[in-house]
Design a protein around this ligand. Structure first.
Ligand code: UD1
Ligand code: UDP
Length: 381
């Protein structure tokens, strides 16, 4: 089998993986938030499987146990070699602290390639720090566009795409967006999304090790699942109360429980705005990935403003109602697995439409080999 690795040399304890051109390959994986840990986990596993030298640099953007450590434990990931512990803060201060911290580490422990995933402040800081040190950058999940520049994520992903050397696009649509912005085609590789790898690698493990439906007294397809955390929804009282009012109507109509593992940001803002929780809505702390995967696949329908949930719903064949005004995951809408409703007080009509959507669509995000294809690219370039 052609693994793309030409030579593995034993140097004391260390295995040196050489690329086709004979370079040693050392990768720094920079991550900082819940979805980055989950979506980078298959990339980390692929580096382990191939014996590639790599380290994890955690910015500490997420730090609460249920937003961070639980995923390292459940997914059996090695601990981060470095953790900057930047914590929360205003965008400039948070990104600035990360930039300075990442720069220091990249200068001391210099990799050949930095990998970043997605569109968070961690991604912007990681890519910017690497580009100033002339270290090659691979952007995992490149080329997503909501065309809404008021979203911090839109700015982060555009910036990261334009300074990266390897653009790992999940779909042909993402590739086209980048081409239309003048990004050279030879930098772009359509790989699928590592979220599919993560779902496929963990769903069975999840079923063998946890039973959240039983623990929560839920029936298969007998509940709705929701998450809300996008800044434009949580930090705006009208939108957040509109979303909760929509949930009230959904419960009045269907009498199915609405399970709501709340991001700390959302829990904080519901409390600050003093918003009542409608009957039928069950707010919990965020849950681990193994439990959450089963909550998703068992749900009658998912209501969310999360990017990852729109993808996972589509992969698991669960209809999705997106509580945003736009999406950077248009594929899910085009195949009738997702509908965009905003934070409207009236989600009922769209939700009813999606209840009858069926689930026969083909997942557009690949077959679970994205991380293997990416690492293969890096060792053969
Ligand atoms: C960030 C990303 C967003 C991503 C989300 C994944 C940016 C600009 N936003 O948003 O794209 O979808 O992560 O979940 O990078 N908090 C805690 N504990 C934590 C983390 C956060 O209590 O471990 C609370 C703090 O009150 C904090 C707030 O959540 O101020 C927001 O955290 P932050 O990382 O700034 O943004 P997210 O909303 O998590
Ligand atoms: N997730 C989880 N537990 C939860 C909520 C979400 O494990 O209580 C997972 C979910 O399966 C997905 C990821 O977190 O893989 C999505 O993260 P989030 O919604 O915070 O960020 P986004 O994808 O919007 O950037």
């Amino acid at each position: 089998m052609n693994t793309g690795i030409l030579e593995n040399e034993q140097q004391g304890e260390r295995v040196v993986v050489r690329t086709k051109r004979g370079y040693e390959l050392k990768i720094a994986i920079i991550l900082g938030t819940r979805p980055e840990i989950i979506k980078m986990s298959p990339v980390i596993r692929e580096c382990e499987r191939r014996g590639i030298e790599y380290y994890i640099l955690h910015t500490g953007q997420h730090y609460s146990y249920e937003m961070d450590r639980i995923f390292f434990e459940q997914l059996k990931l090695p601990a981060a070699k470095y953790n900057l512990d930047v914590g929360s803060g205003l965008h400039g201060a948070q990104t600035g602290k990360m930039l300075a911290g990442i720069e220091q580490i990249l200068m001391q422990d210099t990799p050949d390639v930095v990998l970043v995933q997605g569109d968070t402040n961690t991604v912007l800081a990681g890519a910017l720090a690497a580009s100033k040190l002339h270290i090659r950058i691979g952007h995992v999940e490149a080329g997503l566009r909501s065309f809404d520049r008021t979203m911090p994520e839109e700015i982060n992903r555009i910036m990261a795409d334009h300074i990266s050397d390897y653009l790992f696009a999940p779909t042909e649509t993402s590739k086209q967006y980048m081409l239309s912005e003048g990004i050279p085609e030879e930098r772009i590789f359509v790989t699928g999304n590592t979220v599919v790898d993560a779902v496929y690698q963990n769903l069975e493990i999840s079923k063998q090790t946890t039973n959240p439906l039983k623990d929560m007294g839920l029936q298969e397809k007998g509940y709705f699942l929701t998450t809300v955390h996008r800044a434009e929804n949580t930090d705006n009282k009208d939108r957040l109360s509109g979303i909760l009012d929509g949930f009230r109507q959904v419960y009045d109509e269907f009498h199915l429980p609405i399970i709501f593992p709340a991001h700390p940001r959302t829990a904080k803002m519901i409390h600050e705005f003093n918003l009542p929780i409608p009957q039928g809505v069950h707010i919990t702390d965020p849950v681990g990935y193994l439990e959450f995967l089963q909550l998703e696949s068992g749900a009658r329908l998912i209501l969310t403003d999360s990017g990852g949930l729109q993808e996972e719903a589509c992969i698991l064949g669960v209809p999705c109602v997106t509580l945003r005004d736009n999406t950077e995951r248009p594929e899910t809408v085009q195949l009738d697995g997702n509908i965009i409703v905003g934070a409207s007080k009236n989600v009922i009509a769209s939700l009813k439409q999606m209840m009858h959507a069926g689930n026969g669509w083909q997942n557009p995000y690949g077959d679970g080999a994205a991380s293997r294809i990416m690492i293969e690219k890096l060792v053969t370039i």
